[in-house]
Design a protein around this ligand. Structure first.
Ligand code: NDP
Ligand code: 8X3
Length: 251
């Protein structure tokens, strides 16, 4: 059965790859992100391939806007089957005692509070319908801190705990909760982390074949299409030469 899938942060990287893979799977898409022009381009690309796509441009940190956009969804788009909580970012890579207050706020507001807002807005409908799937994009960074990762790692540890908590809270329903925990994925992630220092960002992926957004999207589509009695609770996805959050063997 085709699902209606809402993806946050669908303008780039893992979110965009999920949009393309779910569309190829025959699903209907609600794509959200901050860049309206990019969303429009993606909608055009996917509708040309036959997908049904609705785009909503808002920042997941803006709770009032999120409430309005989700509350005002056209009737035929209100029944969301799959929520992919993907919007997120790392900012900075420095010792905890030297981090930027502003970067901390942005990461916490986006990765934790934005994800919670979307969950709070969309899961009640799933509970009512006794049907749905929440796929949170966590990270290997949430399993253990790595050097200078402190606050980002903490936000992804929160994603794990929030996924575990939600899974318990919906266990009386047919809703499934998946926490996907990628390692190194080559996207715009490191450009954002290093505030546009593209050379530093490129170094992150030097000497190792990193994962791609498609590798993560494949797992998301698999989890969403597993038999109804199967809940893919958590998946750690690493590049072959990555041993853990801090062990990366480069050529
Ligand atoms: P990208 O930077 O390529 O994509 C991030 C997406 O999130 C963009 O669409 C971005 O939109 C969106 N976004 C960021 N902040 C907000 C916001 N406040 N409101 C709405 N959308 C927002 O990085 P990735 O694809 O790699 O990251 C996606 C997720 O995957 C993140 O949660 C990240 O933590 C996680 N992850 C990434 C890994 C990696 O190595 N790349 C590994 C493990 C997890 P905009 O263009 O407007 O900024
Ligand atoms: C992104 C992966 O290892 O750069 O969450 O933190 S890592």
């Amino acid at each position: 059965m085709n699902n209606t899938v809402l993806i946050t942060g669908a303008t780039s990287g893992i979110g965009l790859a999920c949009a393309r893979k779910f569309a190829a799977n025959g699903d209907r898409l609600i794509l959200t992100g901050r860049k309206e022009n990019v969303l429009t381009e993606i909608r055009k690309e996917l509708t040309e391939k036959g997908a049904e796509v609705l785009t909503l441009a808002f920042d997941v940190r803006d709770r009032e806007k999120a409430k309005k956009y989700i509350g005002d969804l056209p009737e035929e788009w209100q029944e969301i089957d799959v929520l992919v909580n993907n919007a997120g970012l790392a900012l900075g890579l420095e010792p905890e005692y030297e981090g930027s207050y502003e970067d901390w706020e942005t990461m916490i507001d986006t990765n934790i509070k934005g994800l919670l807002t979307m969950t709070r807005l969309i899961v009640p409908g799933m509970v009512k319908r006794n049907r749905g799937h929440i796929i949170n994009i966590g990270s290997v960074a949430g399993d253990a801190a790595y050097a200078n990762g402190n606050v980002y790692c903490a936000t992804k540890a929160a994603v794990k705990t929030l996924s575990d908590g939600l899974r318990i809270d919906v266990a009386h329903t047919a809703i499934r909760v998946t926490n996907l925990k990628p390692g190194l994925v080559e996207t715009n992630f490191s450009n954002t982390r290093f505030h546009g220092d593209t050379e530093r960002a490129a170094n992150v992926y030097k000497g190792i074949k990193p994962l791609t957004g498609d590798d993560i999207a494949d797992v998301a589509v698999y989890a969403a299409n597993a038999p109804e009695h199967v809940q893919i609770a958590e998946v750690l996805i690493l590049a072959t030469h990555q041993g853990s959050g801090s062990v990366i063997v480069r050529e």
